[in-house]
Design a protein around this ligand. Structure first.
Ligand code: AP5
Ligand code: MG
Ligand code: ZN
Length: 229
C-alpha cells in the first residue's frame, strides 16, 4: 500500500441522517475526496459482474457486505483517488467503518500509510424521522447526486440537476431493508462511536435541521482540526 501521509475525516450516523448529502457539500470545501463504500457497491452492482452479483446478495436485503471484501475495495479506491493528488488533504469517508472490526482494520491501514484521522463527525437524527427521508429519497444512477421528493427536490421533476439523467430509487430503500439497516446501525455501528469518542476524535452534529445549516456546522467544527495540523 502506498504511503501518502494524508489527513482523513469520517462521517457517521444512521441511515438517512444525511451523510451522503453533507459529504457532497463539505468534502470539496475542505479539500477532501468523498469516498462512500455504499457508492462503491452501487457501482460494482451496475456492472453485472460476478462481484456485482455477490455484493447484491447482501446489499438488496440491507445486510452488511463481508468485512474483507469491503476493506479491499475501499483501500483500492483510496489509493486510486489519492495517489499523485497534491491538492487533496485526504478523504471524507462515508459509510465506513460500520463495526468494531472495520474500525480496527482502518486504524492499521492508516498507520501503515503514515496517515491520520482529523475527526469523526457524527450526524444524528431521531430514528422516527429516518424512514420518511429514505422512502422519499431519489438518486442519480449516473453521478450519484442525492435528492428527496419533498425535502430536497430536483429543479425538474425526476431529472438530475447536475447531469440531466433520470432519477431512481435505491434498491435497498424498501421498508424491510431500511428496518434491517437501522437495526444493524444501532447494534453494530453506533458502539464504534464510543471508540472514537475515547480518542477525542468525535464531533457531534445535530442533523435534524435544514441541509445548509447542518453543512455550516460541520465546516465550522472541522476547520480548527485542520488548522491545528
Ligand atoms: P450506504 O450507501 O452507506 O447507505 P446507508 O448507510 O444505509 O446510509 P444512507 O446512504 O441510506 O444514508 P445517508 O446518511 O447517506 O443519507 P442521505 O444523505 O442519502 O450503504 C448501503 C449498503 O451498502 C449497506 O446497507 C451495506 O449493504 C453496504 N455497505 C456500505 N458500507 C458498508 C460497510 N462499511 N461494510 C459492509 N457493508 C457496507 O439522505 C437521505 C435522504 O434524506 C435524502 O433523500 C436526502 O435528500 C434527505 N436529507 C438529507 N439531509 C436532510 C435534512 N437535513 N433535512 C431533510 N432531508 C434531508
Ligand atoms: Mg449515503
Ligand atoms: Zn446526475
Amino acid at each position: 500500500m502506498a504511503k501518502t501521509g494524508a489527513t482523513h475525516v469520517i462521517i457517521m450516523g444512521p441511515q438517512g441522517a444525511g451523510k451522503g448529502t453533507q459529504a457532497a457539500v463539505v468534502a470539496p470545501r475542505l479539500q477532501l475526496a468523498h469516498i462512500a463504500t455504499g457508492d462503491l457497491f452501487r457501482e460494482v452492482m451496475a456492472s453485472d459482474s460476478n462481484l456485482g452479483k455477490e455484493v447484491r446478495s447482501y446489499y438488496d436485503r440491507g445486510a452488511l457486505v463481508p468485512d474483507d471484501l469491503t476493506i479491499r475495495m475501499l483501500m483500492a479506491r483510496v489509493d486510486e483517488v489519492l495517489v499523485g493528488q497534491s491538492s487533496l488533504r485526504g478523504m471524507l469517508l462515508d459509510g465506513f467503518p460500520r463495526n468494531q472490526a472495520q474500525a480496527e482494520s482502518l486504524d492499521l491501514a492508516l498507520r501503515d500509510r503514515g496517515d491520520r484521522l482529523a475527526a469523526v463527525v457524527r450526524v444524528d437524527v431521531p430514528r422516527d424521522i429516518l424512514m420518511d427521508r429514505l422512502t422519499g429519497r431519489l438518486i442519480c444512477p449516473n453521478c450519484g447526486a442525492t435528492y428527496h421528493r419533498v425535502f430536497n427536490p430536483p429543479k425538474n421533476d425526476g431529472v438530475c440537476d447536475v447531469c440531466g439523467s433520470t432519477l431512481t430509487q435505491r434498491s435497498d430503500d424498501t421498508p424491510e431493508a431500511v428496518e434491517r439497516r437501522l437495526s444493524i446501525y444501532y447494534e453494530q455501528t453506533a458502539p464504534v462511536l464510543d471508540y472514537y469518542r475515547k480518542s477525542g476524535l468525535l464531533v457531534d452534529i445535530d442533523g435534524d435541521r435544514p441541509i445548509d445549516e447542518v453543512s455550516a456546522s460541520i465546516i465550522e467544527a472541522l476547520a480548527p482540526r485542520f488548522d491545528a495540523s
